[in-house]
Design a protein around this ligand. Structure first.
Ligand SMILES: [Fe+2]
Ligand SMILES: [Fe+2]
Length: 299
């Protein structure tokens, strides 16, 4: 089953945000927020926390899956408003979130999108501008964090989409939260969007690492939640889709014999997807270029 509307998935797991940009509240004795969201989603998130009567004091952790603008944009607001929340990320993500060039890029995309959506640049008197984020806890493969009440977060480093991608698994719920590290279904179709932006081989290895986990729930940071058979089948299906996409890129390159044209063609195709509508075209092109290079073995 596919769930695209925010709400309770299980009594201890609350889907927040929207279909396009999802966050999850894991409710043990302490709570953990999974997903760093976007600046333009902050007002909605606060309204949802009110709607579900969430005690903000119990939110102790915020897991940032990777340092892309659509996965950490709400963090500066959240840690300013709720300074007791501990941020969690991988070592590489921590490095990127404090490096001037990527921070500037996220800041620019943030500002442009807030303007495009005609949203104010502050909320509750707090600026929505992006800035370097200090990470309270760096995690790596095999690290675990207990939330009490029988729930724990298990961390997996799952590079490939980005070098610093982190996935979270909750064994007690058999729930996996891979953010963009696992292909996700397109809106209104069963087709999977492969997100091997940084490195195809790493992406495949990461999927293989997750393959052994029993999965009843998969909570993406785009596109919502899959449950039951859809969730259980996603890793093998994702692996097949990834291999197929790499072959398609090779084939198309042989036909076109023009790297730039191929990048342009694929970037334009991605940008027709609703999810990437707001991504500036120069950024989309840069992301696609890296992906195509990796698929062709040029990196
Ligand atoms: Fe991403
Ligand atoms: Fe993303």
């Amino acid at each position: 089953m596919r769930i695209q509307k925010p709400g309770f998935i299980t009594p201890q797991l609350l889907f927040l945000g929207s279909r396009d940009i999802c966050m999850y509240l894991v409710m043990g004795e302490h709570y953990a927020l999974l997903g760093g969201g976007v600046a333009w989603g902050v007002a909605k998130l606060e309204a949802q926390l009110d709607q579900y009567h969430v005690d903000r004091n119990r939110i102790r952790h915020l897991v940032i899956s990777h340092a892309h603008h659509d996965h950490c944009g709400a963090v500066p607001y959240l840690i300013s408003r709720y300074p007791h929340i501990q941020t969690i990320a991988s070592e590489y993500c921590t490095y990127i979130l404090n490096k001037s060039k990527p921070v500037r890029l996220i800041q620019q995309v943030n500002r442009k999108t807030l303007d495009a959506l005609k949203r104010p640049h502050s909320f509750n008197g707090i600026s929505l501008d992006f800035h370097p984020i200090s990470i309270g806890l760096q995690v790596k493969d095999g690290d675990r964090l207990s939330l009490g009440n029988g729930l724990s977060l298990h961390f997996f480093q799952t590079p490939g989409h980005s070098r610093g991608s982190l996935s979270v698994y909750i064994p007690e719920l058999e729930a996996l939260f891979p953010a963009d590290a696992v292909p996700f279904p397109e809106k209104g179709s069963r087709e999977l969007t492969v997100t091997a932006n940084h490195d195809y081989d790493d992406y495949i290895h990461s999927l293989e690492k997750l393959e052994f986990l029993p999965i009843r729930v998969i909570g993406y940071e785009h596109g919502g939640v899959l449950t039951e058979d859809d969730a259980a089948a996603i890793i093998p299906r994702g692996l097949a889709a990834t291999h197929q996409q790499r072959e398609r890129i090779h084939k198309r390159y042989e036909e076109l014999k023009d790297f730039d044209l191929l990048v342009k063609e694929i970037a334009e195709k991605y940008q027709t997807l609703e999810l990437f509508r707001l991504v500036p075209s120069d950024l989309m092109r840069a992301i696609t270029e890296r992906m195509v290079k990796s698929a062709l073995g040029l990196v």
